[in-house]
Design a protein. Structure first.
Length: 41
């Protein structure tokens, strides 16, 4: 599986969230992956 194919799965399942997120580490991110959501599909 390529990176693009993996990203398509995350987008298709709604598991790739885009916006502004503050991670537990305190770092900021523009994207957040909900891996469990992608695997439920």
């Amino acid at each position: 599986m390529t990176t693009d194919e993996a990203l398509q799965i995350f987008r298709r399942t709604g598991a790739l969230l885009e916006g502004h997120f503050i991670l537990r580490s305190g770092l900021h991110s523009r994207q957040f992956f909900q891996c469990a959501l992608a695997l439920q599909q």
